[in-house]
Design a protein around this ligand. Structure first.
Ligand SMILES: Nc1ncnc2c1ncn2[C@@H]1O[C@H](COP(=O)(O)OP(=O)(O)O)[C@@H](O)[C@H]1O
Ligand SMILES: [Mg+2]
Length: 166
């Protein structure tokens, strides 16, 4: 698919974006572009195989929100919390979750609140109980770079994704 918009809705406004990301810097830059459109309560799913750039994109979002510290992959901790001036951001990684019932025990649903933005790697592993996404991001290896597809699933998500077209 060529770069640009897709999934045109009834009023002809684009609800999705597809881009080629040639290198890590472009993944970080895309994350930073998404950041201004994030509002408390939003949920972003980050899908794609291991090594496709999900954590890199989350790092770009955090940089875009003004966070300058280290952004660790939450692979082992399941979640990392960032307290930013504008909002709380929780970064999840459910890669190691084999049974979504494990998450019930961890009380993870309490993290999803109207006050916080949640970025979720491997949302597929938490199938039940995970709040629906406002924005879905899918990353794939494409040559030396990555192909990313971003779709808005709600009105809030659309406000966020539409900014990418300008
Ligand atoms: N657009 C890109 N092109 C090439 N390599 C990339 C790109 N974006 C990220 N990477 C690299 O991919 C590797 C895996 O990234 P990471 O974010 O840890 O993936 P994931 O969280 O999906 O497992 C890192 O070495 C990162 O630098
Ligand atoms: Mg990761």
């Amino acid at each position: 698919m060529a770069d640009g918009t897709f999934l045109h809705t009834a009023d002809h406004k684009p609800a999705g974006v597809s881009r080629y990301l040639a290198n890590e810097a472009e993944t970080l830059a895309l994350g930073a572009e998404l950041a201004p459109g994030l509002k408390p309560g939003m949920v972003i799913y980050l899908s794609g195989n291991l090594g496709t750039g999900k954590t890199t994109l989350a790092r770009g979002v955090l940089r875009g929100l003004g966070y300058t510290g280290k952004v660790k992959s939450p692979t082992f901790t399941l979640v990392e919390l960032y307290k930013l001036s504008r909002l709380y951001l929780y970064h999840f990684d459910f890669y190691r979750v084999e049974d979504s019932r494990e998450l019930g025990d961890a009380g993870f649903r309490e993290y999803f609140s109207p006050e916080s933005v949640c970025l979720v790697e491997w949302p597929e592993n938490a199938a039940t109980g995970l709040p629906p996404a406002d924005v879905k991001v899918l990353l794939r290896v494409a040559g030396a770079g990555r192909r990313v597809e971003i779709s808005a699933e709600t009105e809030a998500g659309r406000n966020c994704v539409d900014r990418l077209n300008h």
